[in-house]
Design a protein around this ligand. Sequence first.
Ligand SMILES: [Zn+2]
Length: 251
Amino acid sequence: MLGRDHALSGAVAFAALATSLHVTESYLAAGVVLTAGAGVLPDIDHPDSTIARSFGFLTEWFAWVVNRLSGGHRHGTHSLLGIAVFTAGAYGAGLFQLSGSKTIASGHLAFSWHIVPAILVLALLYSSALRALRIGGHYSDLLGIAAALATCFTGADLTQLTVGSWHVPLLAAATGLGCAAHIAGDELTHGGCPVLWPVSMHEFHLLPRPLQFTTAKLAETWIIFPLLLVGLAVAVWHATGHPLVIPQPSK
Ligand SMILES: [Zn+2]
């Protein structure tokens, strides 16, 4: 699947679940964009992917390391273990931020090393979402960094979302959801994903063979992409409090 469609699928997933996650409207935009960024995160195992090129040689080097550690492209980062590692990383960055958040709570914008991991994760997710969706042009990375700073200093990334009986910070929830959407997307293609890596290398698919498509071919451009756009519009409409079905007037 193309980076653009992976990002859109992450955005759709967050917007579709926003009501059940009890996301208030002010956090909806941040959640949608962060999940779009996390939607391209598993491809950090490929040095030529959108996300690997987001911050030049820094992210290219990181992608090279991830590629080696995860057994190559579409292996470890495209598995349940990969989702768990990415989510734990985002959760850990949030915990570290929280441990030094006295200055944020008191309303003073002061630098603390405790915010650095969270800002790096946020900047990576925002910038790769903007790049994948081709928003902001040459300024997409700057916009991503600005959004990361604003999110971190307001503590918006630590907002607790209700997932069943758990409370999960926005950043960790967006990361887990985006990675899951990515893997589901690749499972619609002929390639599939080794979900149980490293236990098994079996490639899992969500569709029977005749319905699977090849990345960047006609089916993705003319069916998947328009469906994702419509899905996003409908999900955001619903998440902002509009009913999906117009109630019939009672007689
Ligand atoms: Zn992928």
